[in-house]
Design a protein around this ligand. Structure first.
Ligand code: ZN
Length: 466
């Protein structure tokens, strides 16, 4: 902000591939490699690990300032950091508790849409405001107002954080800021357009129907925050609509319809198994904070439905129950849907399911998220359809299960969404820094931005930091 004051926006773990939005980073890039001098505060835009994963290292390096985030993020962040601490530092319960206490003392929960003064000196006045970003629960973009009274200079910088897709389930779409002089924007899907939600949901339903028709299990590898809750929300809706259809059929006087193979599936009692203690904790917070849901989700709630705690949903907590569940589903011929982490199959409970089920044609694997190069998920995605194999924990497993991919279940805005964020502003920025994406995504976004500025004849400086 000036020579003496700096603000840090996010402090995440670097990714193996920058585009794996939520994967765990490999070791070796954990150290804080920048100076902490003058950093007055950290703003956490949202709690994905690539945005907050290095907070433990930041604290260890001596950072003394507050961690500013939205109110929902303030509830989610300790859960994320507890997990990160256990993986990276220690599982000793006393240490974990001491650490969490420290974290909770540092967190300052800011309500959305309200200015918060950071610095107020004769030379610099700085304030920040969080706005909803629609990416995951608690996600925010950050408006920073800087005022230098001596120079008579004022500017507004906007940091997008990760922006949500407009038709994502549960959360409302982000609204463009009023204005920005400088915009720092993500570009994960800067070169892509998403499939619309209705057709995606229809495809999900079709894949599930097909997959479950042969009495097997559908494995869905998913990350704990965001995608898992979106999936549960869509599954509840499919089951709800199916149940309505079934009851209409059994009404007296209803015409007798032919029972197809697909409708022989009993959706009403189809178990949906959430096998991830971490995902269950996040889902509980999503449930608790329903005031942050969008209009559609709230109206379902008002009608007595409960999109994130429905009758078919079973959560598996302990490791013992997890192993028993793997056994039971492998041995019985009862259809089920399992959601387990991690999303790229590189570790976590999903691996036990894969080992037990990949060799059996009755089962299916459904990918709903990006699979980074070098992960087991990518191998299954690539070699599964040609009866290949995958290596898990150093052992070879033949893939006889069917493999499907449904794209677009991602809580990131596509190119159109990113453009709306920029061109929806009353006053367009004259400097845009494009970050957080693969090279091609960045350059495609830059191209499209230049084109629309050209039409508006407004001066623009685009920077793609190396
Ligand atoms: Zn994110």
């Amino acid at each position: 902000m000036d020579d003496e004051h700096a603000l840090l926006i996010d402090c995440g773990l670097f990714q193996g591939a920058e585009t794996s939005p939520e994967g765990r980073a490999g070791a070796g890039k954990l150290a804080i490699d920048f100076s902490l001098d003058g950093i007055k505060a950290l703003v956490a835009t949202h709690v994905h690990i690539d945005h907050v994963g290095r907070i433990p290292y930041l604290l260890a390096a001596g950072f003394k300032g507050p961690i500013l985030c939205s109110e929902p993020s303030a509830k989610l962040l300790p859960i994320v950091l507890e997990d990160a601490f256990k993986l990276g530092f220690s599982r000793d319960q006393k240490q974990v508790e001491r650490y969490l206490k420290l974290i909770e003392q540092r967190i300052v929960a800011l309500p959305y849409k309200q200015w918060f003064t950071l610095i107020d000196t004769p030379r610099l006045k700085a304030r920040i405001r969080l706005q909803r970003a629609g990416h995951i629960l608690g996600s925010a973009y950050v408006e920073v107002d800087l005022h230098y009274p001596e120079r008579g200079e004022k500017k507004r910088i906007v940091f997008s954080g990760d922006l949500g897709a407009p038709h994502a389930p549960i959360l409302p779409a982000p609204k463009a800021p009023y204005k920005a002089d400088i915009l720092v924007i993500e570009s994960t899907y800067g070169d892509r357009l998403h499939e619309d939600r209705r057709s995606r949901r229809a495809r999900l339903e079709k894949v599930l129907e097909h997959a479950l028709s042969n009495q097997g299990t559908v494995l869905i590898p998913a990350f704990s925050i965001g995608r898992t809750q979106e999936l549960l929300y869509e599954l509840e809706d499919i089951i709800h609509r199916r149940a309505l259809k079934e009851s209409a059929k059994t009404q007296p006087g209803a015409s007798k319809s032919k029972i197809s193979k697909a409708s022989a599936l009993d959706w009403a009692s189809l178990p949906i198994i959430l096998d991830s203690p971490l995902a269950s904790r996040f889902t509980a917070v999503y449930r608790e904070l329903d005031q942050f849901w969008d209009a559609e989700a709230k109206s379902r709630l008002a009608k007595g439905r409960n999109p994130l705690v429905f009758r078919n949903l079973l959560t598996v907590d302990s490791h013992q129950v997890h192993l028993a569940m793997v056994n039971r589903l492998t041995q019985t011929a009862r259809p089920a849907i399992v959601i387990a982490g991690n999303g790229m199959c590189s570790s976590g409970r999903i691996v036990n399911y894969l080992k037990a089920m990949l060799g059996d044609t009755r089962h299916d694997v459904l990918f709903v998220g990006y699979q980074a190069e070098g992960t087991s998920g990518r191998q299954i995605q690539r070699f599964g359809p040609r009866s290949g194999y995958v290596e898990l924990d150093g052992q070879r497993y033949d893939i006889r299960a069917q493999v499907h991919t449904i794209g677009g279940y991602s809580a990131h805005a596509d190119q159109a969404g990113l453009m709306r964020f920029i061109t929806g502003m009353r006053k367009w920025p004259n400097e845009i820094r494009i970050v957080h994406g693969e090279d091609q995504a960045k350059s495609r976004l830059a191209l499209v931005v230049r084109r629309s500025y050209g039409e508006e004849v407004q001066a623009l400086n685009i920077i793609i930091p190396a």
